[in-house]
Design a protein around this ligand. Structure first.
Ligand SMILES: *Cc1c(COP(=O)(O)O)cnc(C)c1O
Length: 365
């Protein structure tokens, strides 16, 4: 069987690396889950065995993120992209406006959906400098009659991340945390809603996590089709229809793994150490590597950088591929290079990449 050391150096942006221990556990349990003679995929979603997996995943997420007791945790389908539409469908009431903080492509996509459904405005934007930073808190301007404020906590494509969240007072704050959920502790009580597609830090694609403050249900629009209403899923514990059972099972294993690592404080410490390995090479390269993000906005999850010319970038990426690194190409809309170093990317992979970068600079500098 494949050993950890034989695994790829996977820096994919998403779907991305999963913890090796999680994959091994899933493999062991695949054809005979808890003595049932069936895989989790073959269980009824109404069975007690499955329901335990489902409820344990909710409990583990609440424990790890220190989610207030009365908040709802939902497991939906359609990815974060579907949430871009269901948020305004439910929470953008007539006569109100939704405020969007623009920090990258995913904020733009979220904003675009809301514009189709109601009135919106831009709270702040860093588009002018190609989204290379998070706006300062005093740049955020809220208008009267705001239904909610939306932000993207980590900008997967541009490599920037919020480290201090705005205090929006009575305005409900909604965050797309698809690419940094579970990477460091946050104060969930500041948010009216948090959502995340699982395929970056939580598990495989197919399940979308929603964390919802209960009073949001009272604000929700009445005329929304059943499957797109949050209260449908709240009332039915995300079992109104068939949930993505295997994805939720994998999520539960990832959450167990996160607890074994020491929880979010411990993961945050490791993530900082991993990111420092690569940012240090960039900073000490005297311009050979150029980070896209301003230093105080730098993401600990997605490290974006360029080299002096596109030709040199091509050479870097080709040699990196040859050396066994996967997923280092920048997003097609930005170019350059990107190393995504989510929770499950081992320190060792980051170490090897930093050595490779130093070596490449020596030969080509
Ligand atoms: C990947 C990503 C998305 C898109 O998620 P899907 O689950 O593919 O819809 C949205 N927002 C952010 C911040 C992302 O990183």
């Amino acid at each position: 069987m494949l050993k950890q050391a034989q695994r790829a150096y996977n820096f994919n942006a998403g779907p991305s690396a999963l913890p090796f221990a999680v994959l091994e556990k899933a493999q062991q349990e695949l054809v005979n889950f808890q003595g049932t003679g069936m895989s989790v995929m073959e269980l009824s979603h109404r069975s007690a065995t499955y329901e335990q997996v489902h409820n344990e995943a909710i409990a583990s997420l609440k424990e790890l993120m220190n989610i207030p007791e009365d908040y709802h945790v939902l497991f939906l389908q359609g990815g974060a992209s579907t949430q871009f539409a269901t948020i305004p469908m439910n929470f953008l009431a007539q006569g109100k406006k939704a405020g969007y903080i623009m920090t990258g492509s995913w904020s733009e996509k979220a904003h675009k959906e809301a514009k189709m459904l109601g009135e919106t405005y831009v709270v702040a934007s860093t588009k002018e400098t190609n989204y290379n930073r998070i706006p300062a808190l005093d740049e955020l301007k809220y208008e009267d009659n705001t239904a909610y404020v939306h932000l993207t906590s980590n900008n997967t494509i541009f490599g920037t991340e919020w480290f201090t969240f705005p205090d929006t007072g009575d305005l409900p704050l909604i965050a797309d945390m698809s690419s940094d959920i579970l990477s460091h502790p946050i104060d969930v009580s500041k948010f009216a809603m948090i959502y995340a597609g699982a395929q970056k830090n939580l598990g495989p694609s197919g399940v979308t996590v929603v964390i919802l403050r209960p009073d949001m249900l009272e604000r929700a629009n009445a005329n929304v089709p059943t499957m797109f209403r949050y209260d449908t899923h709240v009332k039915n514990n995300s079992l109104y229809n068939t949930p993505p059972t295997f994805g939720i099972y994998m999520l539960s294993l990832v959450l167990e793994w996160a607890k074994e690592q020491g929880g979010l404080e411990a993961l945050a410490k490791m993530n900082k150490e991993k990111a420092a390995l690569i940012y240090d090479v960039i900073d000490q390269s005297e311009g050979f590597y150029r980070g896209h993000a301003e230093k105080d906005s730098r993401s600990l999850m997605n490290i974006t950088f360029r080299l002096a010319s596109e030709e040199l970038e091509k050479k870097f990426l080709a040699e990196a591929k040859e050396a066994g690194f996967v997923g280092l190409n920048g997003h097609r809309s930005v170019g350059g290079c990107r190393a995504s170093i989510y929770n499950a990317v081992p320190y060792e992979s980051c170490k090897v990449l930093s050595e490779f970068m130093k070596d490449f600079m020596k030969k080509n500098g």
